[in-house]
Design a binder for this molecule. Sequence first.
Ligand SMILES: [Zn+2]
Length: 238
Amino acid sequence: MSSSILVISAHAADFVWRAGGAIALYHQRGYRVRVVCLSYGERGESQEAWKQPGATLDRVKEIRRNEASCAAEILGAEIRFYDCGDYPLQPSTEAIGRLVGEYRDLQPALILTHPPHDPYNPDHAVAHELALRSRVYAQAAGYPAEGKPLGAPPVFLFEPHQPEQCRFRPEVLLDITPVFEIKKKAMESIPAQKYMWEYYAELAKRRGIQAVRNSGRKQIRYAEAFERAYPQVTEELS
Ligand SMILES: [Zn+2]
């Protein structure tokens, strides 16, 4: 089995709130984790950064880049920024080609990205579509890119900010108790979205309670929820 995972995040910090626990957990297990941020979220998700005196688009991008890099380092991930723009996020053919390259280069064991619906930020849906589309291209022997065609790694869709409105239904609850303090530290390295810290700490606790209820494993205190983009293939029904 490959020992890497690929995380495709629409904006600079989405991966931290939604999948920081999964990233830290897999890093601790010896996996190489690569995060691709398609955009800095410089227009839509940088409210605090815009309040700073003398804020410009370039300055806000720089702030978001530094924050996301710091969070990735805390979680144990490498990070790449595509700077595809924000409001709207407009992925170019070049960006798709780069993503295909990431898949073929890493041959990830699993992929984490956004679910397909988000009426609060349509760019999350764009990221979803792009992540799945480039995965399919990476599988095609005839697609003109370097490296071996990709196999069929599972895709897990992380929890959006307002799950009910995004038609998100938890299908997988990942126990992140051993790495929750690391996730918390990573979240706190993002002051541009300070209003998210408490919300996602409480969400992890709530998903943890649900994980106990669904497994009987009383030691679980914190969890992250995911949907699956494709069916699970198994020899055991468990
Ligand atoms: Zn976002």
